[in-house]
Design a protein around this ligand. Structure first.
Ligand code: ARG
Length: 494
């Protein structure tokens, strides 16, 4: 039997089919915010009592029931899909336990609209900090790998063709830089997520002498979503989180893609740990990078969640509309997919084996140091770069970089051979040297081991700062929750 929904019972009559009830209910998604809802209820009760809107005994009765839910778990009956949502479920069960006289006062001066927005923000701030921790770990692994591969020479690519030699450290640091920005974006979003909508009620606040700052403080928020209509109807905090997650997933997908390509027998730059691979049901030899492939696909799911959520909010008139319930489903889907797939990345990188010999072998292929040869001609002969570029390009077209081919290319382009202007076989050999090409690129952010070493130091320092900040944030949240439970316990007379 469906438990009695105290929200519907007054105004609405008529049975609803199971199908309709299920369609309307957000219960499935609400499991995710149920714990937050108990805290929001407690903070609200403490505030109603502080403001003398309910008496001490009522507050104590309500808090006793809520603390029991907190300690023992919310009764399963509150999750019945006969309830429109967890807010109706908990209130109904609470009235069943505490009686209408006390239980029926829980919802004074409040609406599910401000209640749900508060719960979502509380849950989301936790998810964001978890995601930040995942990103911090990915960054740490990338920095450690970079430190191990400061002098590991590999081909750098443009258009996925040999371009110029670089170091593996340089490549990994590029990924780390992108993840550091993803981290910053989430951290900035957190500041806007962690604002309290409570007290907005349906949208127009309430005539009771509520204290919004007090509930916000109890729940560990950094302040209010001040305008009460904005408080219940805005979801840009969720959309921007999804946008940032989607961008982060775009970055992870580029790295996954490289792991997939690099582990291909065509390239063999990396070998992924067996734990991250699958085999074929028919081809016994296969070791496939399936985990990375699913991770790559999850980037699409998170983007899909962002698009679905944005489209839900688009053109939605103020203030609350039930559409927002559906937006939340997409929010959690995106948050979950991002967490699960990025959560495996650090382990994949940590356990991967990089084939440095193969990398070195390819680094000098594909005429990858011809830029350096052109640069040498510019320096030695004071040629315009474009002239030198054309001479070397023509030599490549002719099929070689030996001095005689370079000479005939130079005659075609500039009318004069290089050797007659003093360029020797040794000069050409030196200019084409892979290690020398890398070592010469000492500009900040470049691939030379010297530049890479100082980049690692700087990026590591940045990461330490981010980690300390994250620890402070997490501590503040858990301190607020402990204080809330303590205050609730006191008033409940425990
Ligand atoms: N389950 C709803 C949601 O997730 C809660 C708010 C319901 N408010 C309402 N007016 N029907 O958005």
């Amino acid at each position: 039997m469906t438990p009695k929904d105290v929200v519907r019972r007054g105004r609405l009559a008529g049975e609803r089919t199971g199908e309709m009830t299920q369609f309307l209910s957000s219960m499935n998604a609400d499991r995710y915010i149920a714990d937050a809802d108990i805290l929001v209820d407690m903070a609200h009760v403490l505030m109603l009592h502080k403001q003398q809107i309910i008496d001490r005994e009522t507050a104590a009765t309500l808090l006793r029931a809520l603390l029991e839910f907190y300690d023992e778990g919310i009764p399963e009956a509150a999750f019945d899909e006969g309830f429109e949502d967890i807010h109706a479920g908990i209130e109904s069960i609470l009235i069943g336990i505490a009686g209408e006289e006390a239980g029926g006062r829980l919802h004074i001066g409040r609406s599910r609209n401000d209640e749900v927005a508060t719960c979502i923000r509380m849950r989301l701030r936790e998810d964001i900090t978890k995601q930040m921790a995942i990103l911090a770990r990915i960054r740490q692994v990338l920095l450690e790998l970079a430190a191990r591969h400061e002098a590991t020479v590999m081909p750098g690519f443009t258009h996925f063709q040999h371009a110029q030699p670089t170091t593996l450290a340089h490549h990994l640091l590029a990924h780390e830089s992108a993840f550091a920005r993803d981290y910053q974006r989430l951290s900035q979003a957190l500041g806007r997520v962690n604002r309290c909508p409570l007290g907005a009620a349906a949208f127009a606040s309430t005539g009771y002498p509520i204290n919004r700052e007090y509930t916000a403080g109890l729940l560990g928020f950094d302040g209010l979503v001040v305008n009460t209509m904005d408080a219940v109807s805005s979801r840009d905090f969720g959309l921007e989180t999804l946008a940032h997650l989607s961008l982060m997933m775009t970055h992870t997908s580029r790295l996954y893609e490289e792991m997939i390509l690099w582990s291909s027998p065509f390239i063999r730059f990396v070998s992924l740990d067996d734990a991250f691979c699958s085999t074929s049901s028919i081809m016994p030899q296969k070791k496939n990078p399936d985990t990375a492939e699913i991770m790559r696909a999850k980037a699409a799911s998170v983007l899909g969640a962002f698009v679905a959520a944005s489209a839900t909010l688009k053109a939605l008139p103020l203030s609350y509309n039930r559409d927002l319930q559906e937006l939340t489903v997409n929010l959690w889907r995106g948050v979950r997919d991002a967490k699960h797939s990025s959560g495996l990345l650090a382990g994949m990188l940590e356990t991967a084996t990089f084939n440095t010999e193969r990398m070195r072998e390819e680094a000098g292929r594909g005429y990858s140091t011809t830029t350096d040869l052109a640069d040498m001609l510019v320096r030695r002969l004071n040629l315009p770069f474009r002239t030198a570029h054309s001479i070397v390009g023509r030599a490549v077209q002719k099929g070689g970089l030996d001095l005689s081919t370079l000479d005939s290319a130079s005659v075609e382009i500039s009318g004069e051979a290089l050797s007659t202007r003093g360029i020797t076989v040794a000069d050409v050999g030196q200019a084409l040297d892979v290690e020398a090409a890398i070592a010469s690129r000492k500009a900040p952010g470049g691939p030379s081991p010297v530049a890479v070493k100082s980049a690692i130091k700087e990026q590591q320092a940045e990461l330490e700062k981010d980690r300390e900040e994250l620890e402070r944030i997490n501590e503040a949240y858990s301190r607020a929750v402990s204080a809330l439970i303590r205050d609730a316990g006191r008033l409940a007379g425990e």
